[in-house]
Design a binder for this molecule. Structure first.
Ligand code: PMV
Length: 331
C-alpha cells in the first residue's frame, strides 16, 4: 500500500479567482494554464496499520498541525473513503523549486498527493477523475493533472462532477513556448489566496466585469494556443493578469501584491516589446513576475533580465507532462 508520484506545477494564462463552492472548490470561472516541465513535487504515500496517525513530511520538515496539515489529512480522508480503507498514512513530499518563486506548490503538491495516494490505496483513476480529486485539495491542482496547455472547466453541477481539467494541446504541440519565473522578493505572502478570493467576492465592485469578460479571454487564448499565435496568447494573458490585479486592488482591504520591483519588470517587458522583442508578463497572488516568450528570444531576454538588479534569480520552464507514477520511493 505504497506508491510514489511526480507532478508538475502550472502557471495560469487565464486566471482562476473566486470560489462558487468552498468545500468542493468549484470555481466562479474556467481557467487556462500551462503545465511547467521540471518544476515538480514528488510524493510518496504509504497506508499502513503501523501508523497511529497521519504523518506528513514536506521538504524534510515534519508538519504536525495547522492549515497545511489539516488540508493533507482531509485529502487522505477523501481517498480513504473512495477506497473504503481505514489505515493512517505516512506522506513524504518534496518540491524541487523554491517556495518564494511564486509558483503554486499546492498545484503540483495536490496533484502528486492525489496520484500517489490513490495508487497506494489500490485505486486507478483516469486523468479526469484525478483532476476532480486534486481540485478538492487546491483549485490550481486541478490543472496540474493534465500535461501541456490545459483548461479547467468550471462545470455546472453542484456536486462538482463536471468541474475538471481537459487538455487543449499536448506539450509537443508548442515546445518553443517558455515561461521565465523571476524572483524579486522572498517575503512570505501575508494573505492566503483562499482568504483573498473570499474577500474579493464579498467586496470588489469590479468582480462582475471580471466574470463578464472571462469567456472572451478563454476563447482568445484557446485560439492562440491552437493556432500557435504567440502575440494573441501573450497579449490576452497579460490583459487577463492586469484585470485580475485590478480586481485584487479594488477589494477591501486592498490586495496589493505588487512591489516596486514588480513594476520595474512590467515596465521593462513593455519597453522590450516596443523595440520588437516579443515578451509578455503574468503575475499571480504575489510580487513575482513571470515572463512569457518563445525559445528563440530566450538568450536576449535572459541577458536583459540579468541586468535588472532587482531580479535575484530566474527559473526557465517549458510545456510539461501530466503526473506520473514512479518507482523510486522517498522512504
Ligand atoms: O488554487 P490556488 O489557491 O493555488 O489559487 C490560485 C490563484 C492564482 O494563482 C492567482 C490564479 C490561478 O489560476 O492559478
Amino acid at each position: 500500500m505504497k506508491a510514489t508520484a511526480i507532478a508538475n506545477t502550472n502557471i495560469a494564462l487565464v486566471k482562476y479567482w473566486g470560489k462558487e463552492d468552498k468545500k468542493l472548490i468549484l470555481p466562479q470561472n474556467s481557467s487556462i494554464s500551462l503545465t511547467l516541465d521540471g518544476l515538480n513535487t514528488v510524493t510518496t504515500v504509504e497506508f499502513s496499520k503501523k501508523y497511529k496517525r497521519d504523518i506528513f513530511i514536506l521538504n524534510n520538515r515534519k508538519i504536525k498541525e495547522g492549515d497545511e496539515f489539516e488540508k493533507v489529512v482531509r485529502h487522505l480522508d477523501l481517498i480513504r473513503k473512495m477506497a473504503q480503507i481505514k489505515e493512517k498514512a505516512k506522506i513524504v513530499s518534496k518540491n524541487n523549486f523554491p517556495t518564494a518563486a511564486g509558483l503554486a506548490s499546492s498545484a503540483s503538491g495536490f496533484a502528486a498527493l492525489s496520484l500517489a495516494g490513490t495508487r497506494a490505496a489500490g485505486i486507478d483513476l483516469d486523468l479526469k477523475e484525478l483532476s476532480i480529486l486534486a481540485r478538492q485539495g487546491s483549485g490550481s491542482a486541478t490543472r496540474s493533472c493534465q500535461g501541456g496547455f490545459v483548461k479547467w472547466l468550471k462545470g455546472e453541477k453542484g456536486d462538482g462532477s463536471d468541474s475538471y481539467a481537459i487538455q487543449i494541446a499536448p506539450p509537443e504541440h508548442w515546445p518553443e513556448f517558455r515561461i521565465i519565473a523571476t524572483i524579486v522578493s522572498t517575503r512570505a505572502k501575508k494573505i492566503s489566496s483562499r482568504v483573498a478570493m473570499a474577500l474579493t467576492l464579498k467586496t470588489c465592485p469590479m468582480y462582475k466585469s471580471w466574470l463578464e469578460t472571462i469567456e472572451e479571454d478563454l476563447e482568445k487564448i484557446k485560439k492562440g494556443i491552437l493556432e500557435k499565435d504567440f502575440s494573441l496568447v501573450g497579449k490576452t494573458a497579460e490583459f487577463n493578469c492586469l484585470k485580475l490585479h485590478a480586481v485584487m486592488m479594488t477589494t477591501k482591504p486592498a490586495l496589493i501584491y505588487w512591489r516596486p520591483e514588480t513594476l520595474r519588470i512590467i515596465q521593462a517587458v513593455l519597453a522590450w516589446r516596443e523595440e520588437g522583442l516579443k515578451s509578455y508578463f503574468t503575475i499571480d497572488a504575489g510580487p513575482q513576475v513571470k515572463v512569457i516568450c518563445l525559445e528563440k528570444d530566450l538568450p536576449e531576454i535572459k541577458r536583459r533580465l540579468k541586468k535588472i538588479k532587482e531580479v535575484k534569480k530566474i527559473i526557465i520552464s517549458k510545456p510539461g507532462n501530466e503526473p506520473k507514477v514512479i518507482e523510486s520511493h522517498l522512504f
